[in-house]
Design a protein around this ligand. Structure first.
Ligand code: IMP
Length: 425
């Protein structure tokens, strides 16, 4: 029997998952998204093109891979249709290579409106949501009134849509928020036709059959562990379980079939939206990192907040996910800095700890840093050829986190990826 490997982000999202899924995809028969929705923006760059995928799994550009949008995902028909349109020039046989779970929850136009109305009402306590309707859709799922993708084939789909819409309109009466969904509804029903033209299946059977048939499955996470609904910096989190356990729920795979857990992290930290960020660099230092790393959101274009690597947070993520291999991204961004810092602990009430408190914000603590030197630009194509200062940085993280760094990324392109000799997926 084959196994399901999981690839996920260990920080606050935007670690570079799209690039790595695309890089590893040829080793897999199935690539499946298990949570999140169009709040994600997975960026892939190759052959002079830059693609940003929000809903479609990042294995889509490879022949012979089946891409699955799993039951744990929230799917917006509008965004899905836009993405399908954008992929048309690339002549991919999408109907053959992409299937949708009949149990994935559907984002309807009023979910997006609710997201905006809720955020506006929060004033200075905003989550900094991507406003893609993610939270309200997961809310409806848990409240057991959501629409599922498989419902598009039910004879009373339009009636069910009206019911949930009217429910949302009643809520919206309590908010001082103006909107008009006439155009959005037109686009929505148009997009529903596109959804109907795809295979809508009980994908849990398909994935378990793939395991039985000895096929290799890669579960592609979205967002990052520090945005997990249970373990992230609550309430400044997304509304799904972004950690490895979410792959079991979000695809219908039993824990016994999970193999490798690939944890992706940046050589530094970023965060988009509000919420605590202990190692954040303010002012010019943060600006410098933002410019060097081109840190602007792939989905919203918002500038990302930037800061040093936070090892206690990384250790926490590795523990929650059971990470077996680490992939470090964007090492090139720090290359020409005079000093690169890493936070290795927090000092609270006279004691040093690397355990995260319940609230990261408002905590009376001091961060403890170790300083490294920038390693200089490199075009190395093997681990041995990496600058010794970078190898020192890598060794320190491995020793602290107790997991091996097997891939180092030195740029956005597929070819700017360095593998440890022993690495096999
Ligand atoms: P939501 O998931 O759109 O409700 O946003 C909740 C929080 O998660 C906000 O702080 C967002 O900026 C953040 N977030 C959601 N999706 C992503 C992502 O894919 N990358 C980075 N941050 C994200």
């Amino acid at each position: 029997m084959a196994q399901v490997d999981i690839l996920l982000g260990l920080q606050w999202g935007d670690e570079g998952k799209g690039k790595i899924v695309d890089f590893l995809a040829p080793k897999y028969d199935v690539v499946a998204r298990f949570q999140g929705g169009p709040n994600a923006g997975h960026t892939l760059e190759f052959d002079g093109h830059k693609h940003v995928l929000h809903q479609i799994p990042s294995g889509i550009f490879h022949e012979g891979i089946l891409n699955v949008i799993g039951n744990g995902v929230v799917l917006d028909p509008k965004v899905f249709q836009e993405e399908i349109e954008k992929l048309k020039p690339f002549n991919l046989d999408l109907k053959k290579h992409l299937v949708l779970s009949n149990k994935a929850q559907m984002i309807v136009p009023t979910h997006r409106i609710l997201d905006q109305a809720y955020e506006q009402a929060k004033g200075d306590k905003k989550i900094g949501s991507t406003l893609r309707g993610i939270g309200p859709t997961y809310q409806d799922k848990v409240a057991r009134r959501g629409l599922r993708i498989g419902d598009v084939d039910e004879p009373d789909f339009d009636k069910r849509y009206e019911e949930i819409k009217n429910y949302h309109l009643r809520i919206l009466e309590h908010y001082d928020f103006e909107f008009d969904i006439t155009k959005d509804e037109e686009i929505f029903f148009n997009a529903i036709e596109t959804i109907r033209s795809f295979d809508i299946l009980s994908t849990e059977y398909l994935i378990n059959q793939a395991i039985t048939d000895n096929k290799a499955v890669l579960a592609e996470g979205a967002q990052g562990s520090m945005l997990d609904i249970d373990f992230g910096s609550y309430p400044f989190v997304t509304s799904s379980n972004t950690i490895s356990a979410g792959a079991c729920n979000g695809l219908g795979v039993a824990p016994r079939w999970i193999g490798e857990v690939f944890g992706i992290f940046k050589a530094y930290c970023t965060r988009v939206g509000s919420g605590p960020f202990p190692t954040e660099l303010q002012g010019e230092d943060g600006e410098e990192l933002r410019k060097k790393g081109n840190e602007f959101g792939a989905t919203t274009g918002r500038p990302r907040r930037c800061g040093w690597l936070d090892l206690p947070a990384l250790k926490y993520s590795c523990m929650l996910n059971g990470v077996t291999k680490l992939f470090m991204m964007k090492a090139d961004v720090l290359a020409d800095l005079d000093e690169v810092k890493v936070c290795y602990g927090y000092e609270m009430e006279g004691k040093t700890t690397d355990e995260l408190p319940l609230y990261l914000e408002g905590t009376d603590w001091e961060l403890m840093f170790k300083a490294f030197k920038g390693w200089g630009a490199t075009k190395a194509n093997s681990f041995d050829a990496l600058p010794s200062l970078l190898l020192e940085y890598i060794a320190y993280i491995e020793e602290q986190v107790k997991a091996p760094i097997e891939i180092v990324s030195l740029g956005p392109n597929r070819v700017e990826t360095v593998l440890k000799e022993a690495f096999t997926a």
